[in-house]
Ligand binder design. Structure first.
Ligand SMILES: O=C(O)CCC(=O)C(=O)O
Length: 195
């Protein structure tokens, strides 16, 4: 059995599996993902300017999906991604048909505050987030309740974070930049995109 912790966040359901994959398995997955994934440098329009996203991304799966204002045409599943999808589904008890991959090349790469609350993800999306490579801080803040303290956890090599229930309705999350020197990190978020 995987060791499981529930985060103490009101209006949310967040579970953390610190040792979802062993170090040896995670090392192998990291190398395969780095090599086999078709990493892209996407840009987003902000304040009338075209800006490079502060990370590389890739989208695989069965359905297209709008993310950060971009229409993502998925690439067909790679065997390594299907293998990881199956393993995550066993633990979460949920099914996924898509995965968004992020490659944080250094501490200067990041992900801004957002919620995965797009209509295509349904009412109570289950988001399964797998991490490989360098440790990075991952923080939550409530969308409306200023009386609630935010919370941060460290997502490390081989860990799994499961966000479900009302989490995306009430909470934002982000991966901040860091001035520490950090090695690359790969993150996979498995999702179920509905019509
Ligand atoms: O890199 C991470 O851990 C966060 C990824 C994320 O928030 C997302 O893909 O929506």
């Amino acid at each position: 059995m995987h060791q499981q912790q529930e985060l103490n966040l009101p209006d949310a359901e967040v579970y953390f599996f610190p040792q979802f994959l062993s170090k040896e398995e995670s090392d192998l997955y990291f190398v395969m993902l780095m090599k086999e994934v078709n990493w892209q440098q996407e840009s987003i329009k902000m304040f009338g300017r075209q800006l490079s996203m502060p990370r590389l991304t890739a989208w695989y799966g069965d359905k297209s999906y709008t993310y950060s204002g971009l229409q993502n045409k998925p690439q067909p599943w790679l065997p390594v991604l299907l293998e990881l999808k199956k393993r995550v589904e066993v633990v979460s008890g949920q099914k996924y048909n898509s995965v968004l991959l992020n490659l944080y090349r250094s501490g200067q790469d990041s992900m801004g505050w957002h919620a995965d609350d797009e209509a295509e993800l349904g009412q109570e999306p289950s988001i399964a987030s797998l991490s490989f490579g360098a440790e990075r801080k991952f923080s939550f803040k409530h969308k409306s309740r200023k009386d609630l303290k935010g919370q941060s956890i460290t997502l490390h090599h081989g860990s799994l974070l499961l966000m479900q229930g009302q989490t995306q309705h009430h909470w934002l999350h982000h991966v901040p930049k860091t001035t520490r020197t950090v090695e690359p990190r790969i993150n996979l978020t498995f999702r179920m995109v509905v019509e």
